[in-house]
Write a protein that binds this ligand. Structure first.
Ligand code: HEM
Length: 440
């Protein structure tokens, strides 16, 4: 291979290259690449060459090049048929035009209302558990994060407004994601996706009309999208509003569900740290009290656990870009059309950045220890201009779930082995069976 190109990892198959390995267990592939060549190397995914980088220095270069010589939307083209042209699937001009609206949706002042929605839904879920029983945390987090998203984005009437079939329709969209097959092939899963998108579009048309007719009665995502001007001074059309909602669900639902499930699991697997979290909850959160932003800000141990979960079990473990014009990365020259991949498998476990990296050790995030201070050291919420807009939303939601769950229930972990299940959108733990009992 040309010396100007990063070295190729061993073991690729004819034609397929490393594509199968990438699908089956990308962590192992990335770790092998790192062991062979260090922080920059090449893999081959079918005909596509992709350069995998690790470590804060390279991560920063990639994130700060995005929308210059690295293109985000091309690498995520396979999502377009599912969610339309919004956020990371839109071209640069459309993305820039939509950005003020996205900023409005996640404006700091809106967080209080989102936190209130989180409290209501988490408490409703806990009340529904009864006094004792068994449950699968992975499945429960998928359900709970739907309720939170519904209430936070559509309002108190979300169940009636979205209708009984909504989440099954959304699941048809989510399950249709396929980075390999052309999205318009007449396959059953793509047909189900298109039917689901049409049904959601119809539901939303009614919700949009209601908000248009009675704007003063609503303050939710749809009403915000209807009235907030885009950069060019116009407002979003109806189809884009539907796409924006589906896009936000795609960005935020399975990611938060997976991360929250890992957070609870890791706490249960580490009782000595769980005890610190329990003391924090008992000290700072009086029973029957809804959490507000001030209270949440005081939860240090929970937030260090959230950071450590993001490091060890990121639900978004890689990000992709496409080289738009030849790019110098370190001592290499990447040709146009190549992919670049930022990954957690290596970056989050570098011993020169994280002391004893395989150990679950949330205290490393305390100011006294201050590990991983470099903002590009971990990539679980991305970085640079496209860094996750919903990060604070997600972290606050995980904090509310952890605080209220452990405050009100004693949990015992029954699953002895929990492993990562990779999805096309986000990762999550395998089944996490727990036995629970309401505290007196
Ligand atoms: C634990 C939960 C979450 C994780 C791990 C996560 C992770 C990420 C990552 C890694 C990116 C960057 C993608 C890239 O650079 O290629 C991203 C972007 C984004 N996320 Fe999240 N996310 C989470 C929750 C949410 C939530 C709850 C929302 C909204 C409700 C959300 C909305 C977005 C949006 C809109 C972007 C695109 C930002 C842009 O391109 O400017 N995310 N997220």
């Amino acid at each position: 291979m040309n010396e100007k190109l990063p070295p190729l990892v061993s073991g690729g198959l004819p034609v397929l290259g490393h594509a199968l390995e990438m699908m089956r267990g990308r962590e192992d592939l990335f770790r092998r690449g790192y062991a062979q060549h260090g922080d920059i190397f090449t893999i081959k995914l079918g005909p596509q060459y992709a350069v995998v980088v690790s470590g804060a220095e390279y991560n920063k270069q990639v994130y700060t090049q995005t929308d210059k010589s690295l293109n985000m939307q091309e690498a995520y083209t396979f999502l377009k048929a599912s969610i339309g042209e919004v956020l990371f699937t839109a071209n640069k001009e459309t993305y820039t035009n939509q950005r003020p609206v996205l900023q409005e949706v996640f404006r700091r002042e809106r967080m209080a209302a989102y936190i209130q929605a989180m409290n209501i839904e988490v408490q409703r879920w806990l009340d529904g558990l009864g006094n004792s029983g068994e449950m699968d945390i992975t499945a429960e987090m998928l359900r709970l994060t739907q309720f939170v998203a519904g209430r936070a984005l559509i309002g108190a009437e979300y169940e009636k407004e979205l209708g009984a079939g909504f989440w099954a329709q959304y699941a048809d969209i989510s399950r249709s994601l396929d980075p390999l097959l052309p999205p318009h092939w007449p396959l059953p899963k793509f047909k189900r996706r298109d039917r689901a998108r049409a049904a959601i579009r119809q539901t939303f048309q009614e919700l949009i009309e209601k908000r248009r007719q009675h704007p003063q009665q609503y303050d939710d995502l749809i009403s915000t999208l209807l009235k907030t001007p885009l950069k060019d001074g116009t407002v979003m059309d109806d189809l884009t509003i539907v796409s924006m909602f589906t896009g936000l669900l795609f960005a935020g639902h399975e990611t938060t569900a997976g991360q929250a499930a890992w957070l609870v699991t890791l706490l249960l697997q580490h009782p000595e740290y769980q005890a610190k979290v329990q003391t924090e909850i008992n000290t700072l959160i009086p029973p029957d009290t809804a959490l507000d932003q001030d209270m949440i800000n005081r939860l240090e141990h929970i937030f260090w656990a959230i950071e450590e979960t993001t490091r060890m079990r990121p639900s978004a473990d890689l990000q992709m870009r496409t080289v738009e014009q030849p790019l110098t990365l370190g001592r290499f020259e990447l040709p146009k059309g190549w992919r670049v991949i930022v990954n957690a498998a290596n970056s989050h476990f570098l011993p020169e950045v994280f002391n004893d990296p395989q150990r679950f050790d949330p205290l490393r995030w305390s100011p006294e220890r201050g590990e991983g201070k470099n903002p590009f050291a971990i990539v679980g919420f991305g970085g640079g201009v496209h860094k996750c807009t919903g990060m604070n939303f997600a972290k606050n939601e995980m904090a509310v779930i952890t605080a209220l769950l452990f405050q009100q229930f004693k949990l015992e972990l029954l699953s002895s082995e929990v492993h990562i299940v990779y999805g096309n959108g986000a990762n999550h733990p395998s089944v996490v069976k727990v036995r629970y009992k309401k505290r007196k």
